[in-house]
Write a protein that binds this ligand. Structure first.
Ligand SMILES: [Zn+2]
Length: 236
């Protein structure tokens, strides 16, 4: 039974670089580098999100040592610190951005997003205003989902297929609105592994932090055992 399910961790990063006073989960450049080295040295295959979703939908067999890498919010350090390192390792990643924040101090610019996109990275939507959707009206939810997609597509000149719910907040109505808006798949922020049997509109991610500097901790986290331990620790 268990063999019918494969699990592929989708790693969820926010800021890479120096911690700031804004409580955004941050991984230092050094630890990030160490995590990429771990993936490379252990023979992990890093999948572009689109290929992973293809495989999920086909229920294809995905090698055990597979991961996808995502970044939320589009901080400028995603461009200045994370991207050069990912390129060096030849690892693809997806960056979920909020169009209203693009170009603001501390965030990536449109030019940087276009450059990253040209280099083969995937850009996804993180709604228009980084809105916590469960508190909004359906009309506002639809606006956030549709307008962010439209703006990103217009400015970047390519289809926007993926969504990340801000703060992981979604309901079944939001999930349906996201599908109607034309998203192929959506990520939450909940810990956990993507499973073949799971819904592509609510893909769980493994939150990666500075505390995952030790290769063993990262290995356990990516193996799914961490998820199991956490569930036992906090049954809620
Ligand atoms: Zn966010």
């Amino acid at each position: 039974m268990l063999k019918r399910f494969w699990t592929t961790p989708i790693m969820g990063y926010h800021r890479v670089g120096e911690s700031k006073a804004d409580h955004v989960p941050t991984v230092s450049a050094e630890v990030f580098e160490r995590q990429l080295t771990f993936l490379a040295s252990r023979g992990y295959r890093v999948w572009p999100l689109a290929e992973l979703i293809d495989a999920l939908e086909r229920e294809a067999v995905v090698p055990k040592k597979s991961v996808a890498i995502t970044f939320d919010d589009g901080y400028e350090e995603t461009y200045t610190i994370a991207m050069p390192r990912l390129s060096r390792f030849g690892f693809p990643a997806t960056v979920f951005v909020t169009p209203r924040e693009v170009g603001l101090p501390g965030f990536m610019t449109w030019e940087q997003l276009r450059a990253v996109s040209r280099d083969g990275m995937t850009i996804g939507s993180h709604t228009l205003n980084h809105t916590y959707l469960p508190l909004e009206s359906l009309e506002q939810i639809e606006h956030e989902l549709q307008e962010s997609k439209r703006l990103l597509e217009a400015r970047l000149g390519r289809p926007i297929e993926f969504l990340s719910y801000p703060v992981g907040g979604f309901t079944s109505a939001i999930r349906e609105a996201a599908q109607r808006a034309g998203y192929r798949a959506a990520c939450t922020t909940n810990r956990g592994l993507a499973r073949a049997s799971r819904d592509v509109m609510s893909l769980r991610r493994v939150k990666i932090t500075d505390r995952d500097r030790h290769p063993l901790i990262l290995a356990v986290k990516l193996s799914g055992y961490y998820d199991l331990f956490r569930r036992i620790e906090s049954p809620s």
